[in-house]
Design a protein around this ligand. Structure first.
Ligand code: G3P
Length: 219
């Protein structure tokens, strides 16, 4: 499974990229606003050069013509740019128009298996079910993802499943167990994936035993 960072913070993205496990990035207007971004195009260009893989950049227009125009402009920012569109009728139309031009599209704000069916039919490259927000609303986000997997398998849709709105390491494990193509995680979750208290206590013991033994350094 590929791991993306869900962030518009350059420091976070740079740090996660330095770990050698980062496959891509997703951004959205909320994440940009949270980081005080006013010139999104300039930040987007920097993210595209930092990340060794696809970077989803969201349009702001809500009508087909505006989304398509913005999508074409965003796609020109870099070879790894992916245009992120909301899952509405206008979004579906823009998705078809952009994918017909061979531009990669990530359909966002997906909360149901039927929405996922439609975005696959519109040729989306990625579908982003928002698992955490479904869970927050008292639904079972993973159940929706499981349904999407089943429907895509039934018909051989090529749209990649991008597990989004990740709240915890458990979500990442569940995404991997279900066979999702990608999970996009906040930086705080990426950090937690490597942590285990037994690793920390085990390492302290190795180091204290080593010091006691008087062994020489390896190099
Ligand atoms: O990037 C889209 C998605 O991951 C947003 O997550 O935490 O705002 O529900 P969240």
């Amino acid at each position: 499974m590929k791991l993306f960072i869900d962030s518009a913070n350059l420091e976070e993205i740079k740090t996660a990229a330095s770990w050698g496990i980062l496959d891509g990035c997703t951004t959205n207007p909320t994440l940009a606003a949270k980081n005080g971004v006013t010139d999104f195009l300039s930040i987007a260009k920097q993210i595209l050069s930092l990340v060794p893989g696809p970077v989803s950049l969201e349009v702001l227009s809500q009508d087909y013509a505006g989304m398509t125009r913005e999508g074409i402009a965003l796609a020109k920012l870099g070879k790894n740019a992916v245009v992120k569109l909301p899952t509405t009728i206008e979004g579906l139309k823009a998705c078809r128009a952009l994918t017909n031009k061979k531009i990669s599209v990530n359909m966002t704000l997906v909360f149901s298996a039927l929405q996922a069916l439609l975005v696959a039919k519109a040729g989306a490259t990625y579908v982003s079910p928002f698992v955490g927000r479904l869970d927050d609303a008292g639904h079972d986000g993973n159940e929706v993802v499981q349904e999407i997997i089943e429907i895509y398998d039934n018909y051989g849709f090529k749209t990649k499943i991008l597990y989004a709105s990740v709240r915890s390491p458990l979500h990442v494990k569940q995404a991997a167990l279900m066979g999702c193509d990608i999970a996009t995680c906040p930086f705080s979750v990426l950090e937690k994936l490597v942590q285990h208290p037994l690793t920390d206590t085990g390492l302290s013991k190795f180091l204290s035993d080593w010091k006691k033994s008087g062994l020489k350094p390896l190099v």
